[in-house]
Design a protein around this ligand. Structure first.
Ligand code: NVA
Length: 312
C-alpha cells in the first residue's frame, strides 16, 4: 500500500483540497455520514507539544468516523530520544490505521511518514499547521461564499507555521494572500517560492509587506496568531514586550478599518487579548473564530476519510 500523507498544506492538490472541503461540509451537516474507521480501527494521536483543540477534535472526529482514538503522550514516548523515529514508526504503523502527530521539526514527521504505510497527518510542526488551514478555508467558504478570488491578510509572525500554511493552503484555494510582518520575520524563501508557483497556477497572488495597512487594505479575511509559538517561550519578552517588532501588526479596530467593511476575522487560538488581537475584535461582530474552532472537527474528519480512501 502507498499511503497518502498530509505533512504540509501542498501535499494536497487544489482539486483534492476542494474535495476535502466539500466532504467537510457534508460531515458538518451529517456527523456520522462516513465510517471509514468502522471496526473500530485505531488512530494514534501523538502530542509532543501542548494541545486543546487538536486533541479534542481528532479524538471526537476519529470516534465519529467509527474508530478508536489512541492518545499518546509524547513526553512519555520520547520519540526520537528514547527510541529512534523509524523504530517507533514501525511499531505504531503495524497497529493503527493512521497517525496524527504534533511535533517540533518538520524532518521528524517526514521521517515518521517514510517508515509507515498508513497515512500520517501533521497536527502542527514548527513549519506548518495544515489541519488548521482546512478548518479556516471551510470557515471562509461559509462566511464569504467561496475562497477563489478572495483576499486574506495575515498579520503577525510571518516566519511561523501559520504564516507558512496560509501561504500554501490559501493559494491552493485560489486566494490572494498578504502577509504583514516585520522585515525580520518574513516567511522562508522556500515556502514563498512554492506559494508563488501555486498562486500562478490557481489565479491567486502573494504579497509580503512590512506595512500593516497595505497588508489589510480591502481584505475579505483578516487573520492573526500568537506572537509566541510553542517552543519559543524563552523569546516571550522580546516578542510581546514594549519593543516587540510585531506591535504595529496587532489586529485592532483601527487596523480593521483598512479591510473590507464586512471582513471576517480568524484566529487559530489560543488568543492573547490585548497582544496580537484586541478584545473588541476577537469578541466583536466580525470574529468567526468559534466557527473556525468547530470546523477543525469537520475538516479533519474529511481529511482522514480522504487519506484513508486514497491510501487503500
Ligand atoms: N503558531 C502557533 C499556533 C498554535 C495553534 C504555535 O505554533 O504555537
Amino acid at each position: 500500500m502507498t499511503a497518502r500523507h498530509l505533512l504540509a498544506d501542498d501535499d494536497l492538490t487544489a482539486a483534492e483540497q476542494s474535495q476535502v472541503l466539500d466532504l467537510a461540509a457534508v460531515l458538518k451537516a451529517e456527523r456520522h455520514a462516513e465510517q471509514p474507521l468502522a471496526g473500530p480501527q485505531a488512530v494514534a494521536i501523538i502530542f509532543d507539544k501542548p494541545t486543546l483543540r487538536t486533541q479534542l477534535s481528532f479524538a471526537t472526529g476519529v470516534a465519529e468516523l467509527g474508530g478508536y482514538p489512541m492518545s499518546v503522550d509524547g513526553n512519555l514516548a520520547q520519540i526520537g530520544s528514547r527510541e529512534s523515529i523509524p523504530d517507533v514508526a514501525r511499531v505504531i504503523g503495524r497497529q493503527v490505521s493512521a497517525i496524527v502527530w504534533r511535533t517540533h521539526g518538520q524532518a521528524r514527521i517526514e521521517e515518521m511518514a517514510a517508515h509507515v504505510d498508513v497515512p500520517v497527518v501533521n497536527a502542527l510542526t514548527d513549519d506548518y499547521h495544515p489541519c488548521q488551514l482546512l478548518a479556516d478555508l471551510l470557515t471562509i467558504r461559509e462566511h464569504k461564499g467561496a475562497t477563489a478570488g478572495r483576499t486574506l491578510a495575515y498579520l503577525g509572525d510571518g516566519a511561523n507555521n501559520m504564516a507558512h500554511s496560509y501561504l500554501l493552503a490559501c493559494t491552493l484555494a485560489g486566494m490572494h494572500v498578504r502577509i504583514g510582518t516585520p522585515a525580520s520575520h518574513r516567511p522562508t524563501a522556500d515556502v514563498l517560492a512554492r506559494a508563488e508557483r501555486i498562486a500562478a497556477e490557481q489565479g491567486g497572488s502573494v504579497l509580503v509587506t512590512d506595512d500593516p495597512a497595505t497588508a489589510a487594505a480591502g481584505a475579505d479575511v483578516v487573520a492573526t496568531d500568537t506572537w509566541v509559538s510553542m517552543g519559543m517561550e524563552e523569546e516571550q519578552g522580546g516578542r510581546t514586550g514594549a519593543t516587540s517588532p510585531f506591535a504595529p501588526f496587532a489586529v485592532t479596530r483601527e487596523l480593521l478599518t483598512h479591510a473590507a467593511a464586512d471582513a471576517s476575522v480568524l484566529h487559530c487560538l489560543p488568543a492573547y487579548r490585548g497582544v496580537e488581537i484586541e478584545a473588541e475584535v476577537i469578541d466583536g461582530p466580525q470574529s468567526v473564530v468559534w466557527d473556525e474552532a468547530e470546523n477543525r472537527l469537520h475538516a479533519q474528519k474529511a481529511l482522514l476519510t480522504f487519506l484513508l480512501r486514497a491510501s487503500s
